[in-house]
Ligand binder design. Sequence first.
Ligand SMILES: [Ca+2]
Ligand SMILES: [Ca+2]
Length: 262
Amino acid sequence: MKFIIFLFHFLIVYTVEAELLTRAGGALIYDTERNLTWFSDANYAKTINYNPEMSFPGLMTKTTAAAWVDGLEYAGFDDWRLPYTIQPDLSCSTQGENGVSTSYNCSGSELGHMFYTLLGGVQFTPISVQHNTNYELFSNINEIYGYYWATPEVLATNRSWAFRFDMGYQNLEKKIGSSTVWPVRSGDPLLDQPPDGDANFDGVINAADIHIAMQIIFGLREPTAKEFMHLDIAPSQSGISQPDGSIDSGDLFLILRLGIGL
Ligand SMILES: [Ca+2]
Ligand SMILES: [Ca+2]
């Protein structure tokens, strides 16, 4: 009996369920199950009108996509990458030769995990049609222009892993085709870059940071994702920040205390 109680306790404590937590005021979404952080904007390249191949903004060949995401700096992080595709993946509907897993229901890859597990998508169906409430955390999910690029590349065939959000489909695509990029990184932004009140990232907290915080609070300035990461410092519990997705008087008070010792 004791063993059963122990087992029950073990299952309650250690069953890991995916939970999505907002970071940087909602610009980033942290997946507790995979320890991954996604852009909430699923087509950021389009949002900033990045159009390297002169087709549609946000669409890139695989080579361009890999270079773009490698050079990307956002919310204070420069370790953004393309989502990874694990192989073989027994959850996939098609198991090919040499352990190549493709087609529908692939939940092993990071994009498949996003589509099927995090967003509650179903095969053959656009994610905008069938999804759970997590869908509201994200914007600009591309369903029109084909795939999202993923890794790794398969050099022998000049193809790369990719995933479609209009039908939940995973496949190897020609690298010269145009697809979308959804940047991801490993780790929790809050642990990797705890908020410190340093709004202008110069290593000290002083009147300049207080000025920026006040501009944001009074609606004179829209905070960037990086500013949000630094300024959402309150509330705090036992001296540890518990950011609440808002920059307000509570944050200003802590920054004043750090900056001028109030
Ligand atoms: Ca500063
Ligand atoms: Ca706050």
